[in-house]
Design a binder for this molecule. Structure first.
Ligand SMILES: [Fe+2]
Length: 297
C-alpha cells in the first residue's frame, strides 16, 4: 500500500470516535516531506484537536469562528494586520519574541513589532521633524546606537513610528489621502548618533474598529497600550532590533493589552517649559525630551 493510500483505521470505523479522527489526520501529515513543517503541523494538529476536545467545541461555535476570521481578513490592508492584533492580544507575539530574543546581556531588549509597521517609510534627514503635521506636544528624541563595548555603530538604518496625541497612527487616519506622518526612516553616520523632532506619543486603545477589539472587550477588557515610540534598528553585522521605548509616566505600564512592556524599555520623557531645546532650537511652547541609547548585541 502506498503512503498516500495508507489509513490508520478501516473506513468503516474511521469517524466513530474523535480519537480515531485525530490519529488518521496525524498519520497523513506524518508524510510531510519538510521536517520543520512536519514538526509544526503534527504539533498544531495535536493541540487544536486537543483544544476542541477539551472545550467540547460545537459545530456552531466553529462556524462562528470561521466567519469571524473571514470578517477579520476584511480589516487587513497595508499598515493594518488584524491577525497581528489577535496574535499580540493573545500574548503569542511576545512569546515568540521572547523565544527568539532571550534577554541579551548588556544590550537593549526586543519587543513585539505591532500591526502598524510600514516597509519603505519616507526617509528624513537626521535631526528633522518627522511629525509631518501630526497633532501633539513637541518631543525631541536623541541617543546613540552602540555595541556592547560602548562603541558607536556606524551607518545604521532606523525606522521610527508612533501615535499622535489622539492615540492614532497615520494608517488609522484617512491614510490614502493624508499619507504618512509620525513615521520615518533615519540613517546614522559614523558617529552612531540619532536625533529627531516629533510629537509626544500618548496611551492609546488598540484599534476600535476591527474584530480583535470585540474579542478583547468580550474577554479581558484590557484594551490600552502605554505610550511608546516604535523603533526598528538595522545594520550590517548585527541582528535587527525591533523594540519600543515606553513613557515612564504612562498609567498603563502594568496593563498593556499586548504584553509588550519590559522594564529596561521604560524611559523618562522629560517635560521642559518653552525655551532653548538641546539642538539649539528656540521653542515657543513646552516640549519634551527623550535620551535613549540602543545597544545591539
Ligand atoms: Fe504602537
Amino acid at each position: 500500500m502506498s503512503n498516500q493510500n495508507k489509513t490508520a483505521h478501516s473506513i468503516d470505523n474511521l469517524y466513530d470516535s474523535t480519537e480515531l479522527i485525530t490519529q488518521e489526520v496525524l498519520m497523513r501529515y506524518e508524510q510531510t516531506p519538510d521536517p520543520r513543517l512536519r514538526e509544526i503541523m503534527l504539533s498544531l494538529i495535536k493541540h487544536i484537536h486537543g483544544f476542541a476536545k477539551e472545550v467540547k467545541l460545537t459545530s456552531k461555535e466553529w462556524l462562528f469562528a470561521m466567519q469571524y476570521l473571514e470578517e477579520s481578513g476584511k480589516w487587513c490592508s497595508p499598515g493594518r494586520n488584524e491577525f497581528m492584533i489577535f496574535s499580540d492580544a493573545l500574548g503569542l507575539s511576545m512569546l515568540t519574541v521572547t523565544q527568539d530574543y532571550p534577554k541579551p546581556a548588556h544590550a537593549t531588549e526586543a519587543t513585539l513589532v505591532g500591526p502598524f509597521l510600514l516597509e519603505n517609510a519616507p526617509e528624513f534627514a537626521m535631526g528633522a521633524d518627522i511629525s509631518a503635521g501630526a497633532a501633539g506636544t513637541p518631543m525631541y528624541a536623541k541617543g546613540k546606537i552602540l555595541d556592547i563595548h560602548g562603541k558607536p555603530i556606524p551607518n545604521v538604518t532606523i525606522d521610527v513610528w508612533h501615535s499622535d496625541d489622539r492615540g492614532l497612527y497615520d494608517v488609522q487616519d484617512d491614510f490614502d489621502s493624508n499619507g504618512t506622518w509620525a513615521r520615518a526612516v533615519l540613517k546614522t553616520d559614523s558617529s552612531g548618533e540619532y536625533h529627531f523632532w516629533s510629537v509626544l506619543p500618548v496611551d492609546y486603545p488598540i484599534p476600535q474598529d476591527g474584530t480583535a477589539i470585540e474579542m478583547i472587550k468580550a474577554t479581558s477588557g484590557r484594551t490600552m497600550r502605554p505610550a511608546h515610540l516604535h523603533f526598528r534598528i538595522q545594520c550590517d553585522g548585527h541582528k535587527p532590533l525591533v523594540t519600543h521605548i515606553f513613557d515612564k509616566n504612562s498609567a498603563n505600564l502594568n496593563n498593556d493589552a499586548v504584553f509588550g512592556v519590559r522594564p529596561s524599555l521604560i524611559a523618562d520623557f522629560i517635560h521642559h517649559p518653552k525655551g532653548m531645546a538641546p539642538d539649539g532650537k528656540n521653542m515657543e511652547r513646552d516640549f519634551y525630551t527623550l535620551n535613549y541609547d540602543f545597544i545591539l548585541p
